[in-house]
Design a protein around this ligand. Sequence first.
Ligand SMILES: [Fe+2]
Length: 191
Amino acid sequence: MDYHIENIFPTPIYYSFLEENLFLKIQSEIERYLLTNKFDEKNASTYYITTETFKEDIIREQNFYNLEQELDKHIKNYCKEINFEYKNYNRQSWITLLQQGQRIDSHNHGYVHMSGVYYYSGSQDTAKLIFQTPVPSARSSICYYNSHYHWSHPAIPGKILLFPGWLTHGVWFNDSLDSRISLAFNITFYD
Ligand SMILES: [Fe+2]
């Protein structure tokens, strides 16, 4: 018997963990910034963030050289896996802080081609990143019900995630006393 399955409309999510040596270098780059900069409480809604416009690129502005080089390698890996020919890109990036009780409501990053995040600090058990299904109608059938559930990723220091900019996501409440700090970015490839 010959048969085939066509996994159409996939939602590829990329993740990886930094190796120890690189992890320490990148953590110290971000720590240097955090020690000398405070989050603007004016910008706080249900979380703190270093940008109001999402036009800045904190990676370039703060010369996070090791992080920039490493992210680029992962973006190349991801492009290969999704059969997209890597090319130069424009980038925006920012840092987000969630203290105890804070959260990020569901949203997507609109027209950008690719989004991602690097976790500086966080916990296995709380304030997980939640991806919503892009196939909400799957709920109507018990055969495909698993496609209806959300998918979560814990914010583990040293973890890198890449995902489609159009994918709706948010962050559950931070139940921990520990701060959850992440550096997120948007990628728009040049034509
Ligand atoms: Fe986001």
